[in-house]
Design a protein around this ligand. Structure first.
Ligand SMILES: [Ca+2]
Ligand SMILES: [Ca+2]
Ligand SMILES: [Ca+2]
Length: 278
């Protein structure tokens, strides 16, 4: 290999280690290998600071998803979370279409401290519906809220059906009220691979949608970021849900911040000495 090219590759390698290169575009290539139509398709290609949960519904059964029903159309299939010093990257695969308005997609819910209190929500779908099973919660796509109140599904903590919006707080659906903190990059569309439509993802047929989000860590407090956490997703009925509890970041965020600040200090020092000369 040409030495100059080798050096360039090495530098690029370090650059991508410092900050992951994800694009929120509902393309699976940031997360998975090209799907071959078997169970291995769900295995993530991502590794550092990542965690995956996967639970693909078996079609042609009775539609039971646990705790509710709905089959592939309401299947919460997989969640992937990666982080670097700057962002959280989240991918959720589901059979639920963004055009579904009866029990629509819920929001991404973050529980820092793993105490079953979900402090933050990221709005998955812009929605003006507020009535009962059409309630899509507040906000527009990508908005990040510190949540005061979540909407809830149809199922209590034992999996028994209850009145809509009185279900267990363990499966928060959409943000009901909260304080707007900022905006994440978020896409929710039919999953593609490398820009092309998918023949079959996993062992079973069915259409898959990918919710893909890039969420700045600057929206969360240092105290939050120092704790273990869970990312959860479900839909308005909470008939099925999926969550994952990634490891606390081993990415040395303070080191990068201190590098930036020492760079700024050096620059400030240079300017100061320049001023002295002038
Ligand atoms: Ca992508
Ligand atoms: Ca499925
Ligand atoms: Ca919490």
């Amino acid at each position: 290999m040409n030495k100059k090219l080798f050096a360039t590759v090495l530098i690029f390698g370090f650059a991508t280690t410092a900050q992951a290169t994800f694009v929120a575009d509902s393309d699976l290539k940031d997360w998975l290998n090209a799907p071959l139509g078997n169970g291995n398709d769900w295995k993530a290609v991502i590794s550092p600071n990542s965690k995956v949960a996967e639970e693909d519904y078996i079609p042609n059964s009775d539609g039971f998803l646990s705790p509710g029903y709905g089959g592939q159309a309401y299947d919460a299939e997989a969640i992937y979370v990666v982080q670097d010093a700057v962002n959280f990257y989240v991918a959720v695969l589901t059979g639920l279409s963004p055009s579904t308005t009866e029990y629509p997609a819920g929001d991404l819910a973050f529980d820092f401290g793993n105490d079953k209190v979900f402090e933050y929500g990221v709005v998955v779908k812009s929605d003006t519906q507020t009535n009962n099973k059409y309630n899509g919660g507040v906000g527009t796509q990508g908005q990040v809220y510190q949540v005061n109140k979540w909407n809830l599904g149809l199922w209590d903590s034992l999996g028994k059906q209850v009145a809509f919006n009185t279900g267990t707080t363990a499966h928060p659906t959409t943000v009901s009220s909260g304080n707007l903190l900022g905006l994440a990059q978020l896409s929710y569309g039919e999953a593609t691979y490398n820009g092309a439509s998918i023949n079959q993802l996993g062992a079973y047929t069915g259409t898959h949608y990918l919710i893909e989000a890039i969420i700045s860590k600057s929206l969360f407090t240092p105290n939050d970021l120092a704790q273990s956490f869970t990312v959860h997703w479900t839909m308005a009925c909470a008939n099925d849900s999926i969550e994952v509890d990634p490891p606390i970041s081993s990415v040395p965020a303070p080191t990068i911040l201190s590098l930036i600040s020492s760079g700024l200090l050096l620059f400030a020092g240079y300017k100061k000495s320049n001023n002295l000369i002038v």
